[in-house]
Design a protein around this ligand. Structure first.
Ligand code: ADP
Length: 341
């Protein structure tokens, strides 16, 4: 099929279904085609542009010298920043005695931009980590340095909880940025029992303050998996921290590891609030939080479980949840058992 056999309407239809922005001007410098992607890039509907001289269309004024250069030089490719503030690779093709076609493609793919943004967030959040940690350390020192009045101790404890919450947000944002950057896992042989024990000692203080006790049910001979231990530790920590956070005073959090049919399952069971069946299908979505009178005062970002699921999927595993309102929840994940077991 030759170009001549396309009607103008067919060309418009075709151009409206491509992601590059296309602007065509005729030999009188009037805009004869302005596709849907161009409307989005120049924030202007086609009917405000079509048939008008290029230099009379305010949103396209910056293109006038570029089209002129194309006419003198016979077409070329350049980079240009358009009103959307995005850098585009622009290609100008001159059709002698007919006009000129300009095609605009983002100079960077959405993936590049996402990675760049993720790295930028990671840098900023990383810078926040040290001052928050050191402030938290100083608050702990105030309590250790001498006796405080009841009011002072209450204020210090509140400051400490807020700083702990900030620190957990910082870790979640760093995890999110890590996932968005597409970085790969640092895989090694890992004993899941060790990670569970480590998490239990890491959260011992928090559990004590919340009046929660731990129970560990682990296979006696260890349980080897191929995993990124740092990321898996983050996953277990997230589930344990939720289990404590949503538990009643006096509740038990049971962390167990079991092996069946070449799969390892790690589950964290609590006797807490539980989650209604209506909310469960959404529980692993980003920023999803259950809003009930009981959860109203509990702080959280809604990012934790989304990170848990993404990290486990990256390991080739799967997550699960089972919950009964008023009785408790079991969250967990399954991974392939390492062949070295
Ligand atoms: P958040 O920071 O809000 O805890 P998560 O992604 O970790 O974010 O959890 C999402 C929502 O799932 C929480 O807001 C909470 O309502 C619910 N949830 C998670 N873990 C538990 C649990 N162990 N018991 C009851 N509800 C939970």
């Amino acid at each position: 099929m030759t170009a001549q056999s396309f009607s103008h309407d067919t060309l418009v239809l075709l151009c409206n279904n491509i992601s590059d922005a296309v602007v065509v001007v005729d030999q009188d410098n009037r805009v004869s085609l302005f596709n849907a992607a161009a409307e989005a890039v120049f924030y202007t509907p086609a009917d405000k542009i079509l048939g008008r001289k290029l230099n009379r269309c305010a949103p396209l004024k910056s293109l006038v010298p570029l089209f002129e250069q194309a006419y003198t030089g016979g077409g070329y490719t350049t980079e240009v920043t358009l009103p959307s503030d995005i850098l585009f690779r622009a290609r100008f093709i001159v059709a002698p005695d007919k006009g000129c076609v300009a095609v605009f493609q983002p100079a960077r793919s959405p993936d590049d931009t996402r990675v760049e943004l993720a790295n930028m967030i990671a840098d900023i959040v990383h810078d926040l980590k040290s001052p928050i940690s050191s402030t938290k350390g100083f608050i702990e020192l105030i309590e250790a340095a001498g006796s405080l009045s009841d009011r002072q101790a209450t204020f210090a404890q509140r400051a400490q909880s807020s700083l702990e919450y900030m620190l957990s947000l910082v870790h979640e944002l760093l995890d999110m940025a890590w996932l968005e950057s597409g970085a790969s896992l640092d895989i090694s042989h890992v004993d899941l029992n060790d990670l569970v024990r480590h998490t239990a000692s890491q959260f011992e203080d928090y559990a004590r303050r919340q009046g929660v006790e731990f129970e560990l049910v682990l296979p006696p001979d260890g349980c080897q998996v191929e995993a990124d231990d740092r990321r898996l530790l983050g996953v277990i920590g997230n589930l344990v921290s939720n289990a404590i956070k949503y538990s009643p005073d006096g509740g038990i959090v049971r962390m167990s590891v079991s092996v069946k049919d070449h799969a390892v399952t790690c589950s964290i069971a609590d006797q807490g609030l539980g989650i209604s069946q209506d909310y469960l299908p959404h529980i692993f979505e980003r920023f999803y939080r259950v809003h009930t009178p009981e959860t109203r005062r509990i702080e959280g970002s809604g990012l934790g479980l989304a990170i848990v699921e993404a990290v486990i999927k990256k390991h080739g595993g799967s997550v699960f949840v089972d919950s009964t309102p008023g009785e408790g929840s079991v969250f967990g994940f399954s991974l392939q058992l390492s062949s070295s077991n």
